[in-house]
Design a protein around this ligand. Sequence first.
Ligand SMILES: NC(=O)c1ccc[n+]([C@@H]2O[C@H](COP(=O)([O-])OP(=O)(O)OC[C@H]3O[C@@H](n4cnc5c(N)ncnc54)[C@H](OP(=O)(O)O)[C@@H]3O)[C@@H](O)[C@H]2O)c1
Length: 309
Amino acid sequence: MRAVRLHQYGGLDRLTLEQIDKPTINADDILIQVKAAAVNPVDWKIREGYLKDFIPYDLPVTLGWDLAGIVTQVGENVDQFSVGDEVFSRPNIARNGSYADYIAVKADEAVLKSTKLDFAQAATLPLAGITAWQCLVDVADIQPGQRVLIHAGAGGVGHLAIQIAKAKGAIVVATASSTNLELLTQLGADEAIDYAKAPLAEQISPVDLVLDTMGGGIQQSSWSLLKPEGMMVSVVEPPSEETAKQHNVQAAFVFIEPSSRILTELNKLVESDQLRPLIEHRFPLEKIAEAHQQSESGRTRGKIVIDVS
Ligand SMILES: NC(=O)c1ccc[n+]([C@@H]2O[C@H](COP(=O)([O-])OP(=O)(O)OC[C@H]3O[C@@H](n4cnc5c(N)ncnc54)[C@H](OP(=O)(O)O)[C@@H]3O)[C@@H](O)[C@H]2O)c1
């Protein structure tokens, strides 16, 4: 089968499309023929070696940890899937990924995809959607009427977070560059903020929750936007507990874990027309380097899909 593998950390030229054996499955696994994969910033962060202390791989590794496809084999302990099922998954990042014709995934990391999603759409939901749900619902427990600030609302995590927060009844404030303000409104944001126009404090009245997808100066400038007893949740940089105390707010850092429970919740939102992924960039597997370049630009609207087969 074809797979895009990494033999050494580094730049785009380290992405190698090659022929390797199909994965073998364990008793708790399913084998999935990958129809579509999605690219996430973690893919090129891993490629560059930025995360090698955090996730130590025995190279070579197949990259990509978002997918939708068809079950072609089930392990002997698996009773929830049959050959031919159409599934989506954000698998364990420690194993080989989804830039390949086939992937072995633990059965409890996959869920039948909604029939309202094609394979490309379904491939874009798991990683960014689980992340957004873990932050907004599991960690922050957002409530109807709360004001939620979502940074980078036009990006992979942000555009799903806006829709999830709206589905939970929150009032959504989201940031983007001027070119993406209309998109934020289309996604359901109540207030679309141009981060380049003026300091955020001059544009945003206090919020109950900040979803920080940027870190650095953007996280720093967001503390003062929180109401007392509000919460800062970051997916990029652990927020300082000390700073949180000074502002009388809570702080949390989230690193995504695979979750079939959340995939099921995302499916429900899709079924009720409250969640729809946006795909603005599509590449064949052979053009994986261009897909990484797009992700690294920091300007991606919605998601990047790799059409595998
Ligand atoms: N901890 C975890 O488990 C976890 C999970 C998923 C993602 N992440 C991390 O979260 C970050 C975001 O991921 P993603 O997939 O959403 O990235 P992405 O899709 O690449 O984000 C691109 C978006 O960022 C926006 N942006 C750039 N600069 C901005 C700024 N100063 N203010 C507001 N928006 C800005 C861009 O909009 P404009 O062009 O309009 O500026 C663009 O739409 C990445 O660092 C990723 O690694 C962490």
